[in-house]
Ligand binder design. Sequence first.
Ligand code: ADP
Ligand code: MG
Length: 682
Amino acid sequence: MKLEQLKGIGKVSIEKFKQLGVFEPVDLLFHLPLRYEDKTRITPIADAKAFHYAQIEGVIKASYVTQGKRPILVVEVADDTGTIQLKFFNFYYSQKLKMKPDLVIRAYGEIRLDMQGKTIIHPEFEMSPSKPLAESLTAIYPKVEGLNQSTIQKAIVQAVDLLNGDALEMTDLLPADWLTKQQLPTLKQAIKTVHAPPPDVDINTLINQQHPAQQRLKLEELLAHYLAMHQLKTHAQSQTAPTLPINESQKELLLRHLPFRLTNAQLRVIGEIHDDMQQTIPMQRLVQGDVGSGKTVVAALAMQAALVNGKQAAMMAPTEILAEQHWLSLQTMFPDHQFAYLTGGMKGKTREAILSHIATDADIMIGTHALFQDEVVYRQLALVIIDEQHRFGVHQRLALKAKGAKGLSVPHNLIMTATPIPRTLAQIAYANLDLSVIDELPPGRKKINTLLLANDKMPQLAKRIRDALATGEQAYWVCTLIEESEHLRAKAAEDTYRELQQWFPDLKIGLVHGRLKANDKNQVMQQFKTGKIQLLVATTVIEVGVDVPNASLMVIDNAERLGLSQLHQLRGRVGRGNKQSHCILMYQKPLTEHAQTRLQTMRSTHNGFEIAQQDLTMRGPGEILGTRQKGSMAFRLVDPENDVKLFEQAKELAVYMLENHPQACPKLTDRWHKQGQELAKV
Ligand code: ADP
Ligand code: MG
């Protein structure tokens, strides 16, 4: 059975369906609903809850267009229990004419609260409704540009019919006895329930994604994820990596030249890394350490193990600013070794020269992801370090790259992250890695004094900044405007920069944002490092890793917009020297209660793990892993935000399946990662 044999699917939609991972009819059944619309009932207006979707029906009391730059069509509707407003920002005049007072209207949408009370913005609606109410929930599917929701729905209805008629195969890969014990439905039942909920289904559990049919599918999806991770891990373990004996006297020498003594946590983690590097299987280790816990020196000691054995080590940073910083600081630790520095901006002859250096004499390579392009050929790469990796998925992709590596041996892998991920989440996100934690900060670090300040208090703040800078200290001013493009973000930062120049005409102010050319960016950072710039206006590009110990004051504009973990990362840019540092969280009044609690957490907590845990409870893992990562986790049904409690069960199931049903395991990963593409794309 082919996709094009279904009604309503033409050449164009076939291409679109491919983008959704749908190649044949059975794939449609695994294209699972994003959410449901409940049009089986009319909700009395008084009962319609804010932030929930509801269908209401009532009589139009008034309809008018507001005056102003952007006219809005407002339709006031009342039923026996209350009133609600329907608002249209885009509308046709003919629409307004149709929505006359005294007519009955049925509308569906998300209930919001605004100054006038309950509101639905751009509802779906029907005038003088005559159609009977829907008999069951309407499934709404993920879609791509150019493919209608109704095309998807119709295709899936046909696929479900085929399934009912046994024209599509649906082998249950989970053991029947296990399902019975857990009181979960079979795969076929579950699939049918989620696509075509029977009229007697418990609507609320389905809408809340808690129905046993959904639980079953989520468990299977998580199981497939664990099995894929397990596969990556066993694959890595089937490869060989160079054994790198540690040269104790060289190690002592390096440690003796450091201006500080390593913390016990640093020593322990270095020990774990060195143990791995002496094995013949490639290290796959994640080092988690809070901001300022001293990960760079840990990386340096890992590098040394490669260098003393005549091999190369490469370190990848997520931004050029960071890469350059590592380049500079590692050079002081390894003065006798040859460095190559490569970023994406390097082109032509410069690039060629660097590539040939990497292929021959260079010992240490520092750079951005450019280091891992196919054209880069290494002499004898024995260690890959990925610093400050926030992006979930990167390590798997690199692991896959290693898979394709030619020759007998692949490098050891070390991944370092400053985003402390709570265990529950790390378990799933990094299931294929061994974990080391640097759970101790170097001694003598002072707590960063964190305060909240409304952004209409600029005169007070200006005085504070002046006083601090007068004593020779330096400061960051972070602009957090979350504009939709890098361009707008840059512009917002430029505006702030100009504004601050007006406040402080006598201070040396710099500006750095993502749109600057690499050279300009580095120049600004360099000037800040050497103290030529006193106040650095920056977008969140400075979030990760930047190390300027003399900077002791940070202002974060519109702090209420950021997640706690991100605020913690930013704040970690100060408090690196021995001076008392301050972080001022500026906010726009009025703060919601929720925002207030979050910002208070920043005042009272300095431990990244605690903050991450708070973030998890308050905002969900998407915010911790970063929104993009959430996307790249690419679950169809599992929502890491709400399904944490299934992780443990899925993991146990994975162990059980590997032991008792090993032949089903690859089938499960294939089913859920059909194209395997997500991971393979770099
Ligand atoms: P991060 O873990 O955030 O990458 P860095 O490696 O940048 O931290 O280290 C932060 C600062 O602390 C640097 O200036 C570094 O030289 C210093 N540092 C690292 N380890 C120690 C230590 N054991 N004692 C004192 N200072 C240290
Ligand atoms: Mg760092």
